[in-house]
Write a protein that binds this ligand. Structure first.
Ligand code: UDP
Ligand code: MG
Length: 355
């Protein structure tokens, strides 16, 4: 498109009308390009047959939303023709963007890259396989307009295999909601909507993208959940099996540990250490009582072995806690991380903005 970026309006009336039209188109384009309202983030791994149909549906749904938008596809090292399909979209529509990975880094990494590249005020991750329904985006946004910072999708009527997916996922969701104290039904649903501020600084590891609503709640964000559609996968295959459930539970333990004790790891390790030393002391006392009260020799009981074991375990734990403390401090101090999160500042700047 030939766009007139000239800022001096022509004098001739017709030329002037054309000029204004072009200026408006230009302004609209730059506005859209500069900061769209929505960024849809879609990890793609070998989804060649889904991309075109997905984009058609997205186009319809997003146009109906009436907001400015961009769609960021992350080609996570696909070995099929997914990238060529994405290239076609980019050639047709400047609102489609593609980030191509050199190899397969996994869905979480793809999502993280999408979030890093997103410029929208609201960031909406979803899957590329059409299991999520683009039409639900509007409903997520409506809910968000009620004053929420995160709106999470709930695949109430989920179309996946029962034994390998639904059951483990149900159990994992229950455990996660008990441990995290954030009562959602479906953490694993990719389709969610986040306000930019709550997700921009979150660093994702492992399977942790599903815990972002939990992080957000811990940091004071308002989180809601609404039922969304879920369709059976028509093209391509699922990239996951049951092993993901275990990864999720391990990640949850990490998240819980990080959130509760990250700034004071010695409290966790130290407690275990003290507990072990305590048991060793009790065993010692019991051994002495047996020896002098009941004339039982030390070596007739397993107590000396237990004492030795718990003593060394206790010291190990405490030393590990001290190591973790050093690591934690290095982490915070080397990256300039703070141990608090501020929601607003009145009449004062953030310390890093200070001149
Ligand atoms: N995906 C990805 N990298 C991977 C695995 C999956 O980008 O290593 C993408 C995949 O293309 C899809 C989404 O993540 O868009 C969810 O994957 P899938 O549908 O296989 O998961 P399921 O719905 O079976 O849980
Ligand atoms: Mg899927």
């Amino acid at each position: 498109m030939n766009i007139n970026k000239n800022t001096i309006p022509p004098i001739d009336v017709n030329a002037r009308i054309n000029w204004e039209k072009e200026q408006n188109t230009y302004k609209e384009m730059t506005r859209q390009m500069a900061k769209p309202e929505l960024s849809v983030v879609i990890p793609v791994y070998n989804e060649e047959d889904n991309i075109e149909l997905l984009y058609e549906k997205l186009l319809l749904a997003l146009t109906a939303c009436g907001r400015t938008w961009e769609v960021i596809f992350i080609d996570d090292g696909s070995s099929d023709s997914s990238f060529e399909e994405l290239q076609k979209l980019v050639n047709l529509d400047h609102r489609a963007k593609v980030v191509k990975f050199v190899k397969n880094f996994g869905q979480t990494a793809a999502l993280a890259a999408g979030i890093d590249h997103a410029r929208g005020q609201v960031i909406i991750p979803m899957d590329a396989d059409l299991q999520n329904d683009p039409e639900d985006i509007q409903r997520l946004l409506d809910k968000m307009d009620e004053g929420y910072d995160v709106v999470s999708g709930w695949r109430k009527d989920r179309k996946d295999a029962f034994a390998s997916r639904l059951l483990p996922s149900w159990i994992a969701n229950k455990i996660i909601s008990i441990i995290s104290q954030v009562p959602l039904h479906d953490y694993g649903c990719s389709l969610k909507a986040y306000r930019r501020e709550v997700i921009k600084d979150v660093r994702l590891y492992g399977e942790m993208h599903r815990f972002v609503p939990i992080y957000a709640t811990w940091l004071g964000a308002k989180v809601a959940e609404i039922p969304v559609n879920h369709h059976a996968r028509q093209y391509g295959q699922s990239k996951y099996g049951i092993s993901r459930t275990f990864k999720v539970v391990l990640d949850l333990m990490t998240v819980k540990f990080m959130s509760t004790y990250f700034t004071k790891p010695i409290y966790v390790f130290g407690s275990f250490g003290m507990g072990s030393l305590g048991i060793a002391c009790l065993a010692f006392v019991w051994m002495v009582v047996l020896k002098f009260g009941y004339h039982t020799s030390f070596i007739e009981t397993p107590l000396p072995v237990l004492i030795a074991m718990f003593l060394s375990l206790g010291f190990q734990f405490i030393l590990m806690g001290l190591l973790a403390e050093i690591l934690m401090r290095t982490y915070h101090e080397s990256q300039g991380k703070r141990i608090y999160a501020v929601s607003k500042r009145l009449n004062t700047l953030a310390p890093e903005e200070e001149i």
